[in-house]
Design a protein around this ligand. Sequence first.
Ligand code: ZN
Length: 212
Amino acid sequence: MKTHDISLAIHPDLPTWPGDPPIELRRISQMEHGADANVTHLSAAVHIGTHVDAPYHFLGGDAPTAEQLALDVLIGPAQVIELPRLGAAITADALEAASIPAGTRRLLLKTRNSALWARGEQTFQEDFVALDAGAAEWVVAQGIQLVGVDYLSVAPFVAPVPTHRILLRAGVIPLEGLDLSEVAPGAYTLYCLPLKIRGSDGAPARAVLISP
Ligand SMILES: [Zn+2]
């Protein structure tokens, strides 16, 4: 049994979504300055690093929020599929051609995005690879319940709305900001535990793959 941490470390150097506040980690109590303990203040949007989206993010109204996401979807067998030769979008055709095993419930897509994390890229990249609307419909039609991607959004930068709405309306959980650079394609067990933030549209998560 081997454990693979596929989470990004939360740090001010991590790229954040354009327009979101920067990640701030500030020591508000410091032993070097005579305090009894070190205490850090964290300030950030909830869609930072490795995180999940809740339906409320793109559906609003009374759609479920982060603390309501089903743990039995976030934990269980998962397939890592590598899509090496891609332009800007993951299409339904690309997924159809990727030999994804029938019955896959949790699908994690490794693309050229993961190389950005491996090299420590700190600047937000607008040309990241993500699922177009057709790919989102394909995911829903297959009965996949969680789809993981290796950049900060499951949807292309230029068209964020359709992909998110198709997935979230169907109850598919987008798991975003994975670092799959050190993980080979194949079958794993996923443990994804988002912070239990009440009423939130998303939540940072620790995501780990276990290989047999
Ligand atoms: Zn998000």
